[in-house]
Design a protein around this ligand. Structure first.
Ligand SMILES: [Zn+2]
Length: 112
C-alpha cells in the first residue's frame, strides 16, 4: 500500500493523499498545484537542545573561575585585615549535580 504524504499548495492549503513515491505534486482543491512535503520535516524541527542549566561545563573554566574568586577574596581580606569565610563552590557544584542527576532540579532563575 502506498504511503500517505502531505501536499502543500502556494495558497497554504495542506492535503493528505495516498500516492506513489513518484508523485511529487497533485492538484489542490483551489486549482493550484500542491507539492509533496518532506517526510523528515517534523524530525528536523523536533530537535530540542539540552537545557542550559543541565549542559556539561569545562573543568578548566571552573578552575579558572575558582582561581579568580580566590584572588578576589584574598584581595578583600588584605583590605579589611581579617579572613572572610568563602562558600565552598566545589561542594555546592557536587550537590547541584546530584539534584540534576536525580531529575529534581528546580528551574534556574531567569531562564524560565
Ligand atoms: Zn490550494
Amino acid at each position: 500500500m502506498a504511503p500517505v504524504y502531505d501536499y502543500l499548495c502556494s495558497e497554504g492549503h495542506s492535503t493528505e493523499s495516498r500516492q506513489g513515491y513518484g508523485v511529487i505534486a497533485i492538484p489542490c482543491q483551489c486549482g493550484s498545484e500542491a507539492s509533496r512535503q518532506s517526510v523528515y520535516r517534523q524530525i528536523q524541527v523536533g530537535v530540542v537542545p539540552t537545557p542550559r542549566h543541565e549542559q556539561r561545563h569545562s573543568l578548566k573554566l571552573f578552575q579558572e573561575a575558582s582561581q579568580e574568586r580566590d584572588y578576589a577574596y584574598s584581595k578583600i581580606e588584605r583590605e579589611v585585615g581579617h579572613s572572610i569565610e568563602a562558600p565552598n563552590l566545589y561542594r555546592q557544584g557536587v550537590a547541584r549535580s546530584k539534584v540534576i542527576k536525580a531529575g529534581k532540579a528546580p528551574p534556574v532563575k531567569g531562564t524560565a
